[in-house]
Design a protein around this ligand. Structure first.
Ligand code: HEC
Ligand code: HEC
Length: 319
C-alpha cells in the first residue's frame, strides 16, 4: 500500500468515525437466510467512504459533496433501484453485475472504472445491500438473464431483416424506435408494420430520426410532501453516433450479451422493461436485437478514449 493510500484510508476512517458514523456491531440479515458478518460490513463501509462517498453520499443517497449538479446524478442506493442489473427489469442486481459496474464504470458518465482492488469490492458489494431494505426481501431478487446460443450463426441477412423489424415495429416486435431513433425509411417501417398488423402506418412522429429527451423516474428535487418535484431528463441512445454506457473494455470486441438491450429500467431511465411484446423468448429476442445492433454500430464502442468521464454528458441528456 502506498503512503498516499494510507493517508486516504486514514482520512476516510476519520470521516467515518468523526461524523459519528455508525459502525456495525452485529451481522446484517439479508433475504434467503443469508447474513453479512461484522468485519465485512465495517470494511465495506470504510471502502465505500474511501471510494464512493464523494458522489454517492455517506448514506448512499446519491447526495455526496461532489454530486452537486452532476449529470447523470449518482445513483441513490437507498431506493434499491438498479439499471445495469443482469436480471429482469425492476429486480435487484446480481453481485456480478454490481462488480462489473464498479470495475468497468458507465462510459461517458462520472461513474468511472474505479480501480478498486478485488478484496475491497468484495466488501463494498455486501455493504451496498445494507443501504436499502429491499435486499432483505426474497421477492425482490432477480433471476440472472441467460443468453441463448446465437440462432443466427451464418444467417446474418435474415437476422438483420428480423432485427430491423423487431426494432421498428411494436406489434410482434419491441418498438425500440418508440424512444430511440428510427433507422429505416418511412416506407420500410410502414411495410413492416403492415405485415405485422395488416395496417400501414397512418402517421409518423415528427423527429422520429432523432433521440429526444424523456422524463425519467429519477427525482432531482422533492416538494414539501417528499414527492418528486423535478425529474431527471434522459436521452435514449442514438446507436449511430453515441457510445453506450456498458461498453466493453478497450481492445475487446463486444459480445452479443453486451450488445443486447441492457437497461432493466423502471429505475432511473424513462425506459420500460423493454422486453418482447410477443411470444418470443426473452433470450431469443435479445440475441436478435443484439445482432442487429452490432451491425448498426459504426465502431466498437471503447472506453477510456474520451478523456474525462463528463465528456459525453450529452449522451445521457445532461445539461
Ligand atoms: C465521481 C462520482 C462517482 C463516484 C466516486 C462513484 N460513482 Fe457510482 N455512479 C456515479 C454516477 C453519476 C452514476 C450514475 C450513472 C448513470 O446513471 O448513468 C453512478 C452509478 C453507479 C452504479 C449503477 C447502479 C445501477 O443502476 O445499476 C453503481 C452500482 C455504482 N455507481 C457504484 C459505485 C461504487 C460502489 C462506487 C465506489 C467504489 C462508486 N459508484 C463511485 C458517480 C460516482
Ligand atoms: C421508453 C423508451 C425506451 C424504449 C422503448 C427503449 N429504450 Fe433503450 N434506452 C432508453 C433510454 C432513456 C436509454 C438511456 C439510459 C441511460 O443512459 O442510462 C436507453 C439506453 C439503451 C441502451 C444503452 C445501454 C447502455 O449501456 O448505455 C441500449 C443498448 C438500448 N437502450 C437498447 C434498446 C433496445 C434494443 C430497445 C428495444 C428492445 C430499447 N432500447 C427500447 C429508452 C428506451
Amino acid at each position: 500500500m502506498t503512503a498516499l493510500r494510507y493517508a486516504f484510508t486514514f482520512v476516510a476512517a476519520l470521516l467515518a468515525f468523526g461524523c459519528g458514523q455508525r459502525k456495525f456491531t452485529e451481522p446484517y440479515k439479508l433475504a434467503g437466510n443469508k447474513s453479512v458478518d461484522v468485519k465485512t460490513l465495517n470494511d465495506g463501509q470504510d471502502a465505500f467512504m474511501l471510494y464512493c462517498y464523494a458522489c454517492h453520499g455517506e448514506k448512499g443517497d446519491g447526495m455526496g459533496p461532489a454530486s452537486v449538479g452532476m449529470r447523470p446524478p449518482p445513483r441513490n442506493f437507498t431506493r434499491g433501484l438498479f439499471k445495469f442489473a443482469g436480471v429482469e427489469a425492476g429486480k435487484l442486481p446480481t453481485d456480478e453485475a454490481l462488480d462489473r459496474t464498479i470495475r468497468r464504470g458507465l462510459y461517458g458518465t462520472p461513474m468511472l472504472p474505479w480501480d478498486v482492488p478485488v478484496i475491497e469490492r468484495k466488501d463494498i458489494i455486501p455493504y451496498l445491500k445494507t443501504l436499502s431494505p429491499r435486499w432483505q426481501s426474497e421477492e425482490e431478487y432477480g433471476t440472472p438473464i441467460e443468453i441463448s446460443p446465437d440462432p443466427w450463426v451464418g444467417k446474418s441477412g435474415p437476422a438483420l431483416e428480423r432485427g430491423k423489424q423487431v426494432y421498428h415495429v411494436a406489434v410482434g416486435g419491441a418498438g425500440c424506435s418508440g424512444c430511440h431513433p428510427a433507422y429505416a425509411t418511412r416506407a420500410e417501417i410502414s411495410q413492416m408494420t403492415q405485415k405485422a398488423t395488416g395496417e400501414p402506418v397512418a402517421e409518423f412522429a415528427e423527429g422520429m430520426y432523432q433521440s429526444m429527451l424523456r422524463e425519467s423516474e429519477y427525482p432531482l428535487s422533492y416538494d414539501d410532501k417528499g414527492e418528486m418535484a423535478k425529474a431527471y431528463q434522459i436521452l435514449p441512445v442514438d446507436f449511430l453516433t453515441q457510445k453506450i454506457k456498458t461498453a466493453p473494455p478497450l481492445g475487446t470486441v463486444p459480445t452479443r450479451d453486451q450488445c443486447s438491450p441492457s437497461h432493466s429500467a423502471g429505475t432511473a431511465t424513462a425506459s420500460p422493461a423493454s422486453g418482447p411484446a410477443t411470444a418470443m423468448s426473452n433470450s431469443e429476442f435479445r440475441s436478435r436485437v443484439g445482432a442487429r445492433m452490432l451491425m448498426m454500430a459504426p465502431s466498437v464502442p471503447n472506453r477510456n478514449g474520451g478523456g474525462t468521464g463528463m465528456k459525453n454528458g450529452s449522451v445521457t441528456g445532461a445539461r
